[in-house]
Design a protein around this ligand. Structure first.
Ligand code: AMP
Length: 432
């Protein structure tokens, strides 16, 4: 055992009480991750924290565990509305509630409430009336309830713990006004933890507005790093044969759980339809799907019912999808930092993983920006070119069928719309 290993702390060393250690054991965590080791003792002292942490670093437990410990230290009757956790997307919020539900199995009585858009407002109001201990949500819907649901504005005066997660993403998504509103409504006597993958001027401004004398915890020295257990390769291909190359890679990686990233929602849908046409169990996850459908898609992928998830960047941040063996970048990400988030879906928490990026004549520059950012020259993934070109024919045939299906669907929609308009016109005529 080397020196660093012998110095590695246990969860008990961090100051967690037996009830919370039981939770840790239930979650199956043996040793704290770096961000947990550094932030839990500070948060237990009720100091504000700004954490710069990579996706997959274990940051969820680094705020949930100390928060739970503080919660357990207050009387049962004072536990309502103890903590608010703000997340940038519905999926991330749902995921934190999932971890809280797991924790609840080891700590019966823990009550949490999910407040996100796209879900029934009435049901959320009923849940709020039950006085949950922890509220997890997206900024818009949390603010909606403060403004419109009876008693919420008063109840949040009890909040003692605020978590602003993925702050850079929250600000990128223009949630600054909602966050400012919320901070203004919350009592100033509270502990606040703010996490961000990157530190921008906007994040600094938010930090100044929301934190008091914060302790800065940085997970890694380098801003954008990929973990060493991740094997990363690129595959240089002619654009017109891209689908054939993808099929060739999928043949080589059969039986693995795979996420394929596309740039646009429409591209995501088409690719899923093409793969299904060819017998692959693929499922889409993109921003134009309803919340319910997104959660169902994630669930099917997580449970292994579907082996291939085709996703846009909506899914690339922070989502906890265990057992992803391979990430394939079908489209190069426009922003190099999105590459980190995408490939962060594999090789999580010390496991090994594999990422392949398809690079065409049109995306060389985007790809070079990625290599510059991660400060690594990647190896080339070797494909049997003849086989890939032969597969392109199969892919083209399938795509032709898909285009036909989409055209028919669009036509049906148009006819339905025309019928509706005709009916309206007739009603108008009868009125006159
Ligand atoms: P997060 O960055 O919070 O999304 O966590 C990434 C993954 O690491 C999740 O699957 C967690 O369940 C897992 N995880 C978090 N902390 C630990 C730990 N101390 N030991 C092992 N796995 C962990």
């Amino acid at each position: 055992m080397d020196d660093t290993a012998s110095k590695q702390k246990t969860f008990k060393d961090l100051g967690l009480i037996p009830e919370v250690l039981k939770v840790v054991e239930y979650l199956g965590y043996k040793k704290p991750t770096k961000i947990q080791e550094n932030s839990i003792p500070v948060a237990l002292q009720k100091k504000d924290i700004i954490g710069i942490a990579q996706t997959g670093s274990g940051k969820t437990a680094s705020f949930l565990l100390p928060m739970i410990q503080h919660l357990l230290n207050v009387k049962e009757k004072n536990r309502a509305f103890y903590c608010i956790i703000i997340e940038p997307t519905r999926e991330l919020a749902a995921q934190v509630v999932e971890v809280l539900d797991e924790i609840g199995k080891a700590l019966p009585g823990l009550m949490s409430c999910l407040l996100v858009g796209g879900m029934d407002v009435m049901k959320q109001s009923i849940q709020l009336a039950k006085r949950p201990h922890v509220i997890v949500g997206t900024p818009g819907r949390i603010v909606y309830h403060i403004k419109n649901t009876k008693g919420v504005e008063e109840s949040i005066q009890k909040v003692k713990f605020l978590v602003i997660d993925e702050a850079d993403k929250l600000l990128e998504m223009d949630f600054a006004n909602e966050i400012d509103y919320l901070i203004e409504k919350l009592p100033s006597q509270r502990t606040t933890m703010l996490f961000s993958a990157t530190m921008s001027t906007k994040v600094e401004k938010l930090q100044r507005a929301s934190l008091t004398h914060p302790v800065k915890i940085k997970e890694e020295e380098q801003k954008y790093q990929t973990v060493d257990t991740l094997r990363q390769e690129y595959c240089f291909i002619p654009f017109k044969y891209r689908d054939g190359y993808l099929l060739s890679i999928l043949k080589e990686t059969e039986g693995k759980s795979i996420i394929i990233f596309t740039m646009k929602c429409s591209g995501c849908t088409k690719l899923v339809m093409m793969l299904r046409q060819l017998g692959y169990a693929a499922i889409p996850l993109h921003g134009k799907m309803s919340q319910q459908k997104r959660l169902i898609a994630l669930e099917k992928f997580k449970s292994g019912k579907r082996g291939i998830l085709v996703a846009t960047d909506v899914a690339s941040r922070g989502l906890d999808i265990p057992n992803v063996d391979i990430v394939i970048n079908y489209d190069c990400p426009l922003e190099p930092k999105d590459y980190i988030h995408r490939v962060g879906r594999t090789a999580r928490a010390g496991k090994s993983g594999y990422a392949i990026t398809l690079v065409t004549q049109y995306s060389i520059e985007l790809y070079q920006r990625i290599e510059t950012m991660i400060e690594k020259k990647l190896n080339e993934y070797k494909v049997n070119e003849k086989e890939a070109i032969a597969y392109s024919q199969k892919a083209n045939d399938a795509m032709r069928i898909v285009s036909q299906q989409l055209k028919e669907e669009a036509q049906k929609k148009k006819e339905k719309l025309q019928k509706g308009q005709k009916k309206l016109n007739e009603e108008e005529d009868n009125d006159e």
